[in-house]
Write a protein that binds this ligand. Structure first.
Ligand SMILES: Nc1ncnc2c1ncn2[C@@H]1O[C@H](COP(=O)(O)OP(=O)(O)OP(=O)(O)O)[C@@H](O)[C@H]1O
Ligand SMILES: [Mg+2]
Length: 316
């Protein structure tokens, strides 16, 4: 039974690879993916990489989030900019040293609504990277071995599309502490191991054939960002230097200046009434609020203003 199943699978795979019609379709799909993400190099994509990349690639132009959209986080923005941009702008500083290596991954952790997802999107837009965003357990698959294969394909696609940013939102759902998941078959443990291997760069050649000015081969630049509310649930192996090198805690806004900065960022495209004083409003708010709380406040104010406008209109 098993051997006949294996024969059918091999036949399907060979058919897909060598049948000129499916080969042409695969090439056309790869071309479409390259065009969609502006990849100039003729990098080949496998069927699985196309499938995974299609589901997780986000058009950076559609994100409409920049560092300007974020208030009260200037030092964090500086840290993110430096970590992501340094390898892009000065690869020469990093290619000739084994000790000085670019930051591979950065984990944003903190309470809900503090702006972690927003920061990841802004980093991608600002640094002009291709964005592959995975939310929680999106890569998990009930078929044996498929979840790890999805993680592998994701990174292969990210390397092909480099410079790119892979963002794992709610990463605790994908990489929990090993030995504790109640999945029976150890799927989660294998996913974590695969993720560690990918972050190490241990899998694949790590060389895309592109050379720097001195002729030395450069590694494709794939930056990995993770976000979670529960860093304590993650497998500790992921958090060691060389994988998620930097752990950044994002607290709620705890000062009036920060509140005012977030309010300014949130209302920067709205026409405010002449009597609106954001600094004064910030001084009347509770001392600790998240960006999401301030967003809700602005949304309520906008709703009230719209109602006032409608009430003032003469009834037809
Ligand atoms: N620093 C900030 N400046 C401006 N807006 C912010 C800021 N932080 C949060 N917001 C607002 O709050 C909303 C929620 O933020 P976001 O989704 O990034 O939170 P999060 O930290 O990822 O939350 P969770 O942990 O629940 O996923 C954003 O869409 C944005 O409108
Ligand atoms: Mg989030």
């Amino acid at each position: 039974m098993l051997s006949s199943l294996a024969t059918v699978c091999t036949a399907m795979l060979l058919n897909r690879l060598f049948n000129p019609k499916s080969r042409a379709r695969l090439d056309a799909e790869a071309e479409r993916l390259r065009n969609r993400f502006g990849i100039a190099r003729k990098v080949p994509f496998s069927a699985m990489e196309i499938q995974v990349a299609e589901s997780v690639c986000v058009d950076a132009a559609q994100l409409e989030v920049t560092f300007e959209s974020i208030g009260g986080q200037s030092s964090l923005i500086g840290q993110l900019r430096e970590a992501v941009l340094l390898p892009l702008l000065r690869p020469d500083l990093l290619t000739h040293s084994k000790l000085l290596q670019p930051t591979r991954g950065l984990l944003l952790h903190g309470p809900p609504g503090t702006g972690k997802t927003l920061l990841a999107k802004a980093a991608c837009t600002e640094c002009a990277l291709r964005f592959l965003a995975v939310k929680g357990p999106e890569l998990l698959d009930p078929y044996v071995g498929q979840s790890e294969a999805n993680v592998r394909s994701l990174f292969e696609a990210a390397r092909a599309a480099a410079p790119s940013l892979v963002f794992f939102d709610e990463i605790d759902a994908l990489a929990p502490r090993r030995g504790h998941a109640a999945d029976g078959g150890g799927v989660m443990d294998r996913v974590v191991a695969q993720l560690c291997a990918e972050l190490d760069g241990a899998v694949g050649s790590g060389d895309d054939g592109v050379a720097d000015a001195t002729g030395a081969p450069t590694r494709p630049i794939v930056f990995v960002l993770g976000a979670t509310n529960r860093a304590d649930l993650l497998d500790p192996a992921l958090l060691r230097p060389g994988r998620f090198d930097q752990l950044v805690f994002i607290p709620p806004c705890g000062s009036r200046t920060q509140h005012a900065a977030v309010l300014r960022a949130l209302t920067r495209r709205l026409p405010l009434g002449p009597d609106v004083r954001l600094d004064e409003l910030a001084s009347r708010l509770p001392p600790v609020l998240t960006g999401a709380d301030l967003y809700a406040l602005c949304a309520d104010a906008l709703g009230a203003a719209t109602r006032e406008l409608l009430d003032a209109e003469p009834t037809p």
